[in-house]
Write a protein that binds this ligand. Sequence first.
Ligand code: UTP
Length: 297
Amino acid sequence: MKKKVSKAIFPVAGLGTRFLPATKSIPKEILTLVDRPLIQYAIDEAREAGIKEFIFVTAKGKNALEDYFDAAPELEKALRKKKKTDLLRELKATDMDSGAIAYIRQREALGLGHAVWCARRLIGNEPFAVILPDDVIASEKPCLQQMAEQYAETGGNIVAAMEVRQDETSLYGILNPKEDFQQFVTVKDMAEKPDPATAPSNLAVIGRYILEPQIMQNLNKMKKGSGGEIQLTDAIAQEARNGGQVYGYRFKGKRYDCGSKSGYLRATLAFGLMRDDLKDDLMEYLTEIMGVRQAAE
Ligand code: UTP
């Protein structure tokens, strides 16, 4: 029987330079979509996939992220006194069990692969998930849950994959597929941010992974890759080249790249339009500004 995946790593130690100056003092993962920080969407997705242990790889300047998960007894007391039961319920839904979260420090931002490797002692000899909170995925069934179901059937290393335009391959890790089974492909190799002319496919890896402990062993070797960083893609590609099981899973859902400004703004709109309390007002405003734009053209 396949082991269940109960641990997830959230690498949140990056510098978030694309959101400067905001990220001088606010971790990128605390930026909100409507009224929930990005990290809350990631935690909810992990919980729904059965994750019980949440490992954050953090860095200097990320205290707001740790504070976010603290209990808020004064706030709760004030809401109770004012009989704001709806808000109280929303707040309670963000509670985490004592001991469910661990924080590990990445001393230097040496890359995503290095950040994941920093959690190796807490992972031990178990499969683990990796979630990048700046990739937010809107879907009926949470993306990681879809992948956990795939893992229960096939095991191996599973990366979330999506088709991108040929001219976008240089923004992603790209899969070199062996066989295509529609829902997933088997992978023989991967390339980090390849030029469109040399990209092995247009199947890109996004920020959800279920990985076997062997990946930590591969990361032990610590070779620098694209951009001088230690890349998670390289450690998974090595596994594929060594004949290990690597799958690219075509998840169902819409992914928003909240690590980029335009992706974040699109997500803000999309998540606002999904909310009953906001959609009418937002639609009215969008119609109004589109009208102004068309009149100007
Ligand atoms: P990004 O490539 O988005 O980098 O990292 P970044 O630093 O967060 O943002 P920019 O590009 O400067 O704007 C992808 C994920 O990997 C984590 C980030 O926190 C993010 O979740 N990461 C990256 C680390 O934890 N450590 C690193 O050394 C690099």
